[in-house]
Write a protein that binds this ligand. Structure first.
Ligand code: GLN
Length: 273
């Protein structure tokens, strides 16, 4: 037996040279013990076998591999989302995008929602679980779509997935279009933490020279793909929101800050003509 507090500080030491935040030892223990983080606080000690399993995870984490890829899932909007090297690991900021989209959809009956660059399908799945909207999601990667389909199925969410380069093979008009597209400027990718640079799919990161390629494509076609008073909601990287707003003529835009005060979500409502 080992005191849990001691086990956690050993795990923290093992992964100290990574970009892990201080919550990761807790998550490793939760994964091995099969409990939530609140329940973890009530556990005093753990057996040797469980501690060995925890150290095996920490050892792999010390190579820089993201925890979600080691354990195969992460939590997003209260859902367990499966992750592998073919998709971006869902980030907490993206939950803000989902929250805003849910609020918008609350008063709309028979709504249709579209999630572009769906990746793991985390946004589409969370929207389908939390609203009555018909949800469509697209991605250019068939490997990502396989992960997304599994996530929707396991969460009991009905989502129509389409293999498509942004809007290309998507039909119809929508009440809301959401996206967290790749937005890292190509030359910046090499400067990212190795967790991201060496382990997450390049196609999920690379937003072209200035990082804004996907926003330009989406902004150019969004108005034609939205119903009357429809909304476009986009997650963006630091310093990009204002540039995106400039692309959105014909929309009333507001910008939502994330937990760190970064302008993160662009909300754009189509003006009536
Ligand atoms: N939409 C997915 C997410 O938010 C994937 C994003 C991406 O690959 N850039 O996690």
């Amino acid at each position: 037996m080992i005191a849990l507090r001691e086990a956690l500080s050993k795990l923290a030491y093992m992964i100290k040279d990574t970009a892990a935040d201080e919550s990761e030892p807790d998550w490793i223990a939760c994964h091995v013990l099969g409990c939530g983080r609140a329940a973890l606080k009530l556990i005093r000690e753990t057996d040797d076998e469980s501690f060995e399993k925890m150290t095996a995870v920490a050892k792999e984490r010390a190579t820089g591999k993201p925890l979600c890829q080691i354990i195969g899932y992460t939590e997003f909007c209260g859902l367990k989302i499966r992750v592998n090297g073919d998709v971006l690991c869902p980030r907490p900021e993206t939950e803000l995008l989902v929250e805003q989209a849910i609020l918008f959809l609350k008063d709309r009956k028979d709504a249709r929602a579209l999630d572009l660059c769906t990746g793991s399908g985390c946004i589409a799945t969370a929207l389908a679980v939390n609203t009555t909207a018909e949800v469509v999601a697209s991605d250019i990667s068939d490997k990502a779509l396989a992960v997304a389909e599994e996530n929707a199925r396991r969460s009991g969410a009905k989502v129509k997935f389409v293999l498509s380069d942004v809007f290309e093979d998507v039909d119809g008009k929508f009440d809301i279009i959401v996206s967290n597209p790749p937005y890292i400027p190509a030359a910046e990718i090499e400067k990212l933490d190795r967790e991201v640079r060496d382990f997450e799919p390049r196609a999920a990161l690379d937003g072209g020279e200035d990082g804004l390629d996907f926003y330009r494509t989406i902004a150019a076609q969004a108005a034609g793909r939205l119903k009357e008073k429809g909304a476009l909601m986009l997650e963006s990287g630091e310093g990009q929101a204002r540039e995106i707003v400039k692309m959105l003529d014909g929309f009333d835009c507001t910008v939502v800050l994330d937990y760190c005060g970064v302008e993160r979500i662009v909300k754009a409502v189509k003006k009536s003509v």
